[in-house]
Write a protein of this length. Structure first.
Length: 160
């Protein structure tokens, strides 16, 4: 999954006018899907980074079953709980990514599951901008640091 394409879809949805609406406001469903797409951009950026840093980033490695397994190992709930603890040990862009991930997941849950949520375009656009900035900052971090973060969000720590 290409996170840039998900961000582009989110922007398109957040700016699309309602059917027959002359003022150009997007429908609630468009805003809901825009927020969801922004969250999934973050999720897939992280899943891809995890697989790239743990298995390998070249097309040769990306064809391996191990790369796909590593990519698919990311669990929404477990990643969220791990991002709510222990982020202070990582570089600032990773901390920003973790906080944004948790916030966008909360917004995605609201957008996807709360039938009474009333969403507005400025919130959706702000969340899309935040997701994109967090991903760009995250990807600029050294691969070794991102590998450590992959271990943090993928693996359960066992205590003796």
């Amino acid at each position: 999954m290409n996170w840039q394409q998900l961000i582009a879809v989110a922007r398109m949805l957040a700016s699309a006018p309602e059917y027959g609406e002359r003022r150009g406001r997007p429908q609630q469903m468009q805003l809901r899907k825009a927020i969801s797409a922004a969250y999934y951009a973050m999720f897939h950026a992280l899943a891809g980074s995890n697989a790239d840093t743990l298995i390998g980033a070249s097309s040769q490695f990306r064809r391996l079953p191990a790369w796909t397994v590593s990519y698919r190992a990311l669990d929404h709930g477990f990643a969220r709980s791990r991002m709510q603890s222990g982020l202070h040990t990582f570089a600032s862009p990773i901390q920003n990514f973790g906080r944004a991930f948790v916030d966008l997941q909360n917004w995605r849950h609201r957008a996807d599951y709360d039938p009474n949520a009333e969403l507005i375009r400025p919130d959706a656009v702000s969340l899309i901008d935040r997701a994109e900035a967090a991903i760009i900052g995250f990807e600029a971090v050294d691969a070794t640091e991102r590998k450590s973060f992959a271990a943090h969000v993928l693996f359960r720590v066992r205590t003796p």
